[in-house]
Ligand binder design. Structure first.
Ligand SMILES: NC(=O)c1ccc[n+]([C@@H]2O[C@H](COP(=O)([O-])OP(=O)(O)OC[C@H]3O[C@@H](n4cnc5c(N)ncnc54)[C@H](OP(=O)(O)O)[C@@H]3O)[C@@H](O)[C@H]2O)c1
Length: 341
């Protein structure tokens, strides 16, 4: 049984959900279910939401080994597929974590995710972060790894060669990047044999990243938007006083009122209409998060109003990946157009 808030409503026809065509020609549903429960949502609750979401029409799931719930989510996939859905009807993404960037580790990590998710291939496999810097799950943002390194392109490409090998081996259909910047992506595009099909990046009305967004689209890479609602459930340790909440923005709330929906749904509708693929996490609201993209679009004027709300407010700053004293999180994001070293 899904959550009661969701379970009383009729399913949404997956054919009515917009799709993205990747440069390979493959189609990917333009809304996915995030599966990062962080500290507050258990693997069992996430697994239950995956089953409920599939029942109401979700066909795209964003997983990762570091979410520490792939085995529970995999049990749900097994049940979903046993229940009649064909494997090719669902889109499953997973990601290699930062301590597994070594050539053999990438392959082993992918095999582990496949075993946990109970699948024999992934639709998409991402390098979760461009830094090979391990930190313990749940650690404080002030935590630093003594072995932390900056982005070293030759090392990233060694990781990428293993990602390409996974495609050759038939274990993954597509590969992609996450948490990248324009200067890093330029090098990857120059040197990749198989170019990234997607770039997963933080995207919500208060962090629109227009230059990076334009760059990836112009290079045939599909942007996947994480924290599309502004991650209202993230733990206290991941909040800073400057953070803002798109769901509390008066413009978003006014548009929501006009459409008779909640502010979170406005964020998701905007994401889909703007061109990214939002992957909202939810155990209570997943049905409306999918239903909202199937009709009653935002008007051009509303899209213009939301475009004006960008505040460059990055919520997932990545502080734990910093590699030397005296740095600030901005150093991770190549703000001056050059790769920080
Ligand atoms: N690649 C990366 O580095 C990266 C980084 C961060 C996240 N991600 C991915 O992106 C996904 C989404 O990010 P996120 O989970 O941080 O943030 P999010 O999707 O912006 O926000 C999720 C929160 O919003 C609430 N919510 C969802 N729909 C709602 C609605 N209609 N009304 C009111 N509240 C609603 C959820 O609560 P309920 O559960 O109660 O509905 C949950 O607390 C993750 O799960 C993960 O898969 C990837």
């Amino acid at each position: 049984m899904g959550n009661p808030l969701n379970s009383n409503s009729a399913p949404i026809d997956p054919a009515s959900v917009p799709q993205r065509r990747l440069y390979t020609g493959a189609l990917m549903p333009a809304v996915g279910l995030g599966t990062f429960g962080s500290d507050s949502v258990s693997p069992a609750q996430v697994a239950e939401a995956v089953k409920g979401a599939a029942a109401v029409g979700y066909r795209h799931f964003d997983c990762a080994s570091v979410y520490q719930n792939e085995s529970a989510v995999g049990a749900s996939f097994e049940e979903i597929l046993r229940g009649g859905l064909k494997r090719e009807e669902i889109w499953v993404t997973s990601k290699v974590w930062n301590d597994k960037h070594g050539e053999d580790d990438v392959i082993a990590s992918c095999r582990q995710s496949l075993a946990d998710l109970r699948l024999n291939y992934l639709d998409m496999y991402l390098v979760h972060w461009p830094f090979p810097n391990f930190h313990a799950p749940g650690c404080d943002v002030s935590s630093r790894s003594p072995d932390a390194k900056p982005y070293i392109h030759e090392n990233y490409m060694r990781t990428w060669r293993s990602m390409e090998k996974l495609v050759d081996m038939g274990l993954v259909r597509h590969i992609g990047t996450s948490n990248m910047t324009i200067p890093k992506l330029k090098l990857v595009l120059r040197d990749a044999r198989i170019k990234p099909a997607v770039n997963e990046m933080e995207l919500h009305p208060h962090l629109q990243q227009p230059e990076l967004f334009r760059f990836v689209v112009e290079n045939g890479i599909q942007p996947i938007g994480f924290c599309p609602i502004g991650s209202p459930g993230r733990p206290e340790r991941d909040r800073t006083p400057e953070d803002t909440a798109p769901t509390e923005d008066p413009v978003i709330r006014e548009i929501a009122k006009r459409h008779g929906i909640g502010p979170a749904e406005v964020c998701i509708k905007w994401g889909v209409q703007h061109g990214q693929t939002p992957i909202p996490f939810s155990i209570h609201h997943y049905r409306e998060n999918l239903a909202c993209v199937t009709g009653d679009p935002l008007t051009d004027e509303e899209m213009r109003q939301i475009a004006a709300l960008n505040r460059n407010c990055r919520l997932v700053k990545g502080q734990v990946f910093l590699w030397k004293a005296g740095q600030t999180w901005e150093d991770l994001w190549d703000m001056n157009g050059e790769i920080s070293s």
